[in-house]
Design a protein around this ligand. Sequence first.
Ligand code: RP5
Length: 153
Amino acid sequence: MPKVAILTGSKSDVPTLDACVQMLTELGIENELHVMSAHRSPARVQEFASTAEQNGFEVIIAAAGMAAHLPGVVAAYTQLPVIGVPIAGSTQSGVNGLDALLAIVQMPPGVPVACMAINGAKNAALYAAAILALKHDGVRSALEKFREQQASA
Ligand code: RP5
């Protein structure tokens, strides 16, 4: 099965990403969550992103709050699809993730990232699955089953 990387800018973001890990796991998609920051540990981000494809990852989900440049920096170092998740974190900025949403959605032309809703961790997993379903029949079947169950619930 394919492998998805979930990167996030801080340990404080991890609880918000539980829904992403759960959804990927429910769909049978192997996933790894790593904390790394575009500004606090930029070398780690560069190393991970530039070797992600050769390490077997097919999609990267990158979540961050505030001035959320992690998805864009990751996308600069890889041609894999990058799905950004703006986080409304614990920090009392008063804007509830709008800062991160605008930072992620407003990528200048040339290096795109997808952008989910604020704290849209579950949809990031489902969007990653939709990309993988183009190539992996097992993911396509799992996604179809999920949609059917969701409709009947
Ligand atoms: C961002 O800054 C992180 O993604 C997090 O959402 C926010 C605050 O980080 P902490 O101060 O909680 O580590 O880089």
